[in-house]
Design a protein around this ligand. Structure first.
Ligand SMILES: CSC[C@H]1O[C@H](OP(=O)(O)O)[C@H](O)[C@@H]1O
Ligand code: ADE
Length: 275
């Protein structure tokens, strides 16, 4: 491993944003300090190769988990990845389940998102003109399809679809909130999926969530409610096979993007130059 203070970064095509309990990924890496107009990203970015693909890894909360979900520099993270050449992003995350159908250890690849956060910077286009990206389908269809296929091939029984509600946190939900989310038909709950997904979309990146269920949320189970310890314990029990799955997906992602994601800004008059 080597550390470059501000070296010209090598190109990376695929980005991985590791969540709670997922603080490193690649073996043979160069660590890059990347500056952005939005300040520094959560940490140094590790760049390396996996099966011939150039990959950039960033721990969402920092390697020492110094950023709680509402303080993560989301704009800097996505900007930094794009500036390294990343165009496809994989986003592993620990989530709660809003249904007894999906117990701890389940891998879910949602196809919808509901935003219950507030006060987070959620756009790059907030001055000098209006850019409205399409967000009806928040995730990359190819990334989702590839992830579900890789998970099935590896012996997971992945959940293909569902809605991830993203809460502001950092506290967990009350039982009443949790029951209300479930009554909306939402299936998963987390704290970091927004604005990460929409910022990726605004940069014309492909973004795919890999949600590992660590707990049944407070309104679903009758026990003491969700605890941080439970989240880390269950995530820790599954991190090995999740890492392997992320590597499988990296290998399986297409080299040429065939999805709508690269075209989301076509025809729009951009007021800032994308990296
Ligand atoms: C560690 S408990 C709650 C914490 O875990 C999840 O993080 P991530 O999405 O980055 O895996 C959840 O969103 C909360 O931030
Ligand atoms: N129950 C839960 N609510 C919000 N974020 C979570 N991350 C993991 N479990 C969670």
């Amino acid at each position: 491993m080597s550390t470059s203070p501000s070296a010209a970064p090598p190109a990376a095509e695929i980005g991985v944003i590791g969540g709670s309990g997922f603080y490193s990924f690649l073996d043979d890496i160069e660590e890059l300090r990347v500056e952005t107009p939005y300040g520094p990203p959560s940490d140094l970015i590790a760049v390396g190769e996996l099966a011939g693909r150039r990959v950039a890894f960033i721990p969402r909360h920092g390697r020492d988990h110094r950023y709680p979900p509402h303080r993560i520099p989301y704009r800097a993270n996505l900007w930094a990845l794009r500036s390294l050449g990343v165009r496809q992003v994989l986003a592993p995350s620990a989530v709660g389940s809003l249904t007894t159908d999906y117990g701890p250890g389940t891998l879910a690849v949602p196809d919808q998102l509901a935003d219950r956060t507030h006060g987070r910077a959620q756009t790059y286009y907030d001055e000098g003109g209006a850019i409205h990206v399409s967000f009806s389908d928040p995730y990359c269809p190819t990334g989702r399809h590839t992830t579900v296929g890789s998970a099935q091939a590896a012996g997971w029984d992945p959940v293909d679809g569902g809605t991830l509600v993203v809460i502001e946190g950092p506290r967990f939900s009350t039982r009443a909130e949790s029951r209300w989310y479930a009554s909306q038909g939402w299936t998963l709950v987390g704290m970091t999926g927004h604005p990460e997904a929409v910022l990726a979309r605004e940069l014309a990146l492909c973004y795919t969530p890999l949600c590992l269920v660590t707990d049944l949320d407070a309104g679903i189970e009758e026990g003491e409610g969700v605890t941080m310890e439970e989240v880390y314990r269950v995530f820790g029990e599954n991190i090995g096979r999740l890492r392997t799955l992320v590597a499988d997906v990296v290998k399986a992602l297409p080299t040429e993007r065939d999805c709508p994601c690269p075209h989301v800004l076509d025809g729009m008059r951009l007021l800032l130059e994308l990296p």
